[in-house]
Design a protein around this ligand. Sequence first.
Ligand code: PLP
Length: 402
Amino acid sequence: MLKLDFHPSGRHFLQIPGPSPVPDRILRAMSLPTIDHRGPEFGALGLEVLRKVREVFKTQQSVVIYPASGTGAWEAALVNTLSPGDRVLMFETGHFATLWEKMARRLGLEPEFLGLPGYEGWRNGVQADMIERRLKEDSGHTIKAVCVVHNETSTGVTSDIAAVRRAIDAARHPALLLVDTISGLACADYQHDGWGVDVTISGSQKGLMLPPGISFNAVSDKAVEASRRAQLPKSFWAWDEILEMNKSGYWPYTPNTNLLYGLNEALDMLLDEGLEQVFARHQRWAAGVRTAVECWGLEVQCQDPSVYSPVLTGVVMPEGIDADAVRSLIYKRFDLSLGTGLGKAKGKMFRIGHLGDCNDLTLIATLGGCEAGLKLSGAKLQGSGVLAALDYFAAHPLATAS
Ligand code: PLP
């Protein structure tokens, strides 16, 4: 039999930036019996989940839920709105932006990939002024969509989406705005309607604190209108039949029933806490973790403090230290999983996730594992980041919403 419990005692520290640790309350909700997805109880569940999920996207418009990972929802956003050969403007913020660009090419679109030179783009956010300049040059409006990643999970940079909206408006350009907030949603503020986003893509396994397996497209009326003309082939991903059946709480195919129980519970948890409180909680954890990194004398991957991610922190390794060797040592010795450096960042940094079912002390333990692992790997640290973070958390209690 396959041995699935690899961890001898205590809970494993899953501190990758998603999948995030799932609260017991959600696991319990998911353990209920699977019901008939065409029966009356299911319709009530579907309607409730579809209503509440809009609040998290901050939208009054529709949210489509797929039984798929985030990559599927990326594809859904592109195939529902675009036609073969359409030009799309994308921005290289890191590994996930790169994968989305590759997908656009594979689907027969013509992506144009803007970015800062060299490795700089992987340490900064989307530069809205570059998007504005490019759109102003496109007087014939051949660019049909602008696609950006809100929280670049490979680097720990959260781009300013409102600024991208302003750039499109300043250029008086009709392109659709497609945004990936797979790892930003329910950790960092996100406003689908307020920022005039046409398609927002997200996933279950990050800020929503669920296991992997469902993903989302929040869609604007303009995007739905575009989907009526879009010519890329689509069937499973097509919004029209899903939106029609969602009116009564059902799906055209078998939905992910038990993950929807979990989603219902997660939405209750997030909405009861209050979204602004949820964002403040993640900001504070991120600030504590950055305090530790600074105290070690190491660099954070994100170079622009205005776009530090509240979801994860990329820790840049000192010269001569391989991030994956440190991660592997920490995993073996301290039962702690950290995110690997992806793509161009491979070996140069590791990522600490501060999302999902965490608290101050699980993060202190995480930083303890990192600190010990870095020392065992020969890194010369300037001070104890663990103590610095503990002091930070003690001195900055989370203001509770009244
Ligand atoms: N986009 C971002 C920003 C991500 O973080 C991820 C996954 O981590 C993806 C896209 C791909 O999502 P998935 O792995 O769920 O298909």
